[in-house]
Design a binder for this molecule. Structure first.
Ligand SMILES: Nc1ncnc2c1ncn2[C@@H]1O[C@H](COP(=O)(O)OP(=O)(O)OP(=O)(O)O)[C@@H](O)[C@H]1O
Ligand SMILES: [Mg+2]
Length: 277
């Protein structure tokens, strides 16, 4: 690690306010994948983004622009090929465990029950799962899966599976949540309900959330800020503040303030050729 970074880390670690302003600090992040055939894919290039503690940030962008890759870099599961990621002032140098990750595919284990999949968090960290059974049950009730605790994932619908994955991410009440299109597989009505429930949970818990979605209106509904990405290689095209009062209900979709931001983002995608006029 170079000297400049060492000094910056020391300053941030000693100054909680500075670290808070950039709880997640992504500086010049880049990722180039080298495929099996030796060909390189530049997934991300020069991404700079600072996220405050407790902030809800959404990332929207076309398929393949590096949204999932960006979350993977923040989680430390994938290493950047350029730039740095810091969380609370400390550089991420390996898998970061103090977070909940809802992956784009639900990654449930078919040989475990619903409760068993949620409690997997404990087994992976060597924590006594029995101490978290009550919390797991509460989460199951909250997401409307009461009665399905002992079912196996193959007995559930896509939307139900995704709700199990969300419960798993929330089980240990992590301060930070990375959510990769968590509602993509849900029917429209359940999706709206999940957006409301997520907002309520976020307002109560003040978690820092990075939320990837293809839905512009979902991003605006949920977020303090929306990050608009360009097509690959993914860069940040714009960052929009969403200064709409909270708690937001679904009628906010019908307000001029909401429509204005959705329109602005849609025009950006049209200008980039992602949506054709
Ligand atoms: N492990 C990998 N090895 C090689 N290439 C990869 C790998 N992961 C991602 N890529 C490539 O990086 C680019 C960005 O992928 P990524 O999954 O981050 O996109 P995305 O924005 O999440 O797309 P989507 O909206 O379809 O989920 C794609 O071109 C993809 O093929
Ligand atoms: Mg993705």
């Amino acid at each position: 690690m170079n000297a400049r970074l060492d000094i910056a880390d020391a300053v941030d670690a000693a100054n909680p306010v500075a670290a808070d302003r950039a709880f997640i600090d992504i500086a010049g992040a880049a990722k180039t994948f080298v495929g099996q055939d030796g060909g390189a894919v530049v997934a991300l290039e020069g991404v700079d983004l600072k996220i405050r503690r407790g902030e809800f940030v959404s990332i929207v962008g076309p398929s393949g622009c590096g949204k999932s890759t960006l979350l993977m870099l923040v989680s430390g599961l994938v290493e950047p090929t350029g730039g740095t990621i810091r969380i609370a002032g400390a550089p991420v140098t390996g898998p970061y465990t103090d977070l909940g990750f809802v992956f784009q595919t639900d990654l449930l284990l078919d040989w475990r029950s619903v409760l068993g999949n949620i409690l997997l968090q404990c087994d992976m960290r060597g924590i006594d799962a029995r101490k978290h059974e009550t919390r797991a049950q509460e989460l199951v009730n909250q997401v409307g899966l009461k009665g399905f605790e002992s079912k196996r994932p193959f007995e559930l619908s896509g939307g139900m599976r995704q709700r199990v994955a969300i419960c798993r991410a929330l089980l240990l009440d992590p301060p930070m949540l990375l959510m990769d299109e968590p509602f993509g597989a849900l029917d429209a009505l359940t999706r709206e309900q999940m957006q409301i429930d997520l907002q309520t949970m976020w307002q109560r818990s003040q978690k820092t959330v990075m939320f990837v979605t293809h839905s512009i209106s979902e991003a605006v509904f949920l977020s303090d800020r929306v990050i608009v990405m360009t097509p690959r290689p993914g860069k940040i095209r714009a960052i929009l503040d969403v200064d709409l009062p909270r708690p937001r209900d679904l009628h906010i979709h019908e307000t001029p303030g909401f429509s204005k931001i959705v329109h602005e983002i849609r025009v950006m995608f049209q200008d980039m050729g992602v949506i054709h006029r």
